[in-house]
Design a protein around this ligand. Structure first.
Ligand SMILES: Cc1ncc(COP(=O)(O)O)c(C=O)c1O
Length: 457
């Protein structure tokens, strides 16, 4: 009898990693500092204290290679972690490729994506610091759901500004956030100065992550019992997500594989970083040699068409200045269906790696991505969230290249969420109503004109 095909590679709860991995400790050169917008000097912990608890500020800058995951966080992680790693046998067969495709599935979490990996520790550290309420933005609705869930675990209130395009496309996300006890506002809203300013200029604004961040930051900054929580971009968020890659390393080792290619979608960069940072550590140490490839939407191509410059993290200009790949803080992308990828910037750590040529990036139009999502659903049985269809499109592209070349590459991808609440997007694709629109240079150039004037060091 032949061995049955191994499909799921699982870990026991006792194998759940107990530390997050901090890539900053192993980088050949550190990324540039975050600057105060007034003084243009590097910011210190006190500048961030109105928004974040000291534990998270410490994690933002720590040089420790590993950070212990608190026991109370591990207890919540055990609701869904360790998450499964799958071998995509059926997709490989449909593609007739010699490549071996593995996907790390984060859709098993309470929110349906990777986002609770950081929402839970963020709520935990804020509760420890005596904070009563967290505010945040959400694009896909996944992050707002994750934070509402995490706040419910630690007895915090949660207030979410949901990007207008997503609020209208995804009513069920709002209901899920409310079910977890959160409060949801469409953004731009008339509840904040930032929202009113945008609405005065653009009454029909579809919103953007940058605008929603301005609103949530404003409310947190004005209330002592309230902090702000960010679902991507910052170092501590990427740190928390490394639990994904640490598990994947163990899982691939169980089947004796090392990846030739790691591919993931990037909005602010957190799911991709979470999967690939532990593998990059292995690469920097000379133990593995994967190619690392980010996939972004052609409608919001911060890595492939943006500039590497200091910019605000939000639209209105309330955050510190971050050196990152950016399309300009007031760039408003087309309302594509992958709402979580509509961010004007990119995590400073991912931007730095891209500059250092430690990773590469490609951009894809949404119809190619949804075609990949549908093929994946029909073969593997999981309807992916619109965001990771970008990663799947690139994984399929590589697997078809392998078919041509005959190479049996090992491809590892981040299936960072399911699309059960994104079905209208699939409906638009299946009924032929989804459009691909070219992004002209003029829209990018115009937003670049508003970059803050920071002298080049
Ligand atoms: C399912 C899903 N994937 C990806 C992203 C993009 O964020 P990041 O690049 O931080 O993983 C989001 C963001 O909302 C998301 O909800």
């Amino acid at each position: 009898m032949t061995e049955p095909m191994r499909t799921k590679i699982t870990l026991d709860e006792s194998e759940l990693p107990t530390q997050w991995y901090n890539l900053l400790a192993d980088l050949p050169t550190p990324p540039p500092p975050v600057l105060h917008p007034g003084t243009l000097q590097p910011i210190g912990p006190d500048d961030l204290a109105p928004l974040f608890p000291m534990a998270l500020i410490g994690q933002e800058v720590t040089g420790d290679q590993f950070v212990d995951i608190p026991g109370a966080v591990l207890d919540v992680y055990r609701l869904w972690r360790p998450s499964p790693l799958y071998r995509a046998h059926r997709l490989e067969k449909a593609l007739d490729t010699p490549a071996r495709i593995y996907y790390k599935y984060e859709g098993v979490s309470p929110a349906g994506s990777h986002k609770p990996n950081t929402a839970v520790p963020q709520a935990y550290y804020n509760a420890q610091a005596g904070i009563r309420r967290l505010t945040t933005e959400t694009g896909a609705g996944q992050w707002g759901t994750a934070l509402a869930f995490a706040c419910a675990q630690f007895g915090l209130d949660c207030e979410v500004w949901q990007v207008r395009a997503s609020y209208d496309q995804k009513p069920y996300r709002k209901i899920m956030i409310e079910t977890f006890g959160g409060v949801v506002h469409p953004s731009p809203s008339d509840l904040t100065e930032a929202g009113r300013k945008i609405l005065a200029e653009h009454p029909d604004s579809t919103g953007s992550l940058g605008i929603a961040i301005s609103e949530a930051v404003e409310v947190a900054a004005q209330n002592a019992d309230t902090n702000y929580s960010l679902g991507s971009v910052l170092n501590h968020v990427l740190l928390h997500q490394t639990v994904i890659g640490e598990e994947a390393l163990l899982q691939l080792a169980k089947v004796g594989e090392t990846p030739d290619l790691i591919v993931g979608c990037t909005g602010g960069g957190s799911n991709f970083a979470g999967l690939m940072f532990p593998f990059l550590r292995e690469k920097l140490a000379g133990r593995q040699s994967p190619v690392i490839r980010a996939v972004e939407p052609a409608a919001c191509p911060s890595l492939t068409r943006g500039v590497y410059a200091y910019d605000f993290g939000d639209t209105v200009g309330m955050t510190p200045l971050i050196k990152m790949h950016t399309l300009g803080h007031d760039f408003v992308p087309d309302p594509i269906h992958a709402g979580g990828l509509r961010y004007h910037g990119m995590s400073p750590l991912i931007s730095h790696l891209y500059e250092q040529q430690l990773m590469e990036a490609v951009a894809k139009q949404q119809r190619e991505c949804f075609a990949a999502g549908v093929q994946f659903a029909r073969t593997e049985g999981i309807v992916p969230a619109p965001e990771p269809t970008h990663a799947l499109a690139a994984a399929i592209e590589e697997a078809l290249r392998c078919k041509e070349s005959g190479e049996a590459k090992v491809i590892l991808t981040a299936l960072c969420g399911h699309g059960h609440l994104d079905l209208p997007a699939y409906d638009a694709y299946l009924s032929g109503q989804m459009e691909d629109r070219a992004l002209d240079d003029a829209a990018i150039t115009e937003a670049m004109e508003h970059l803050p004037p920071v002298p080049v060091a």
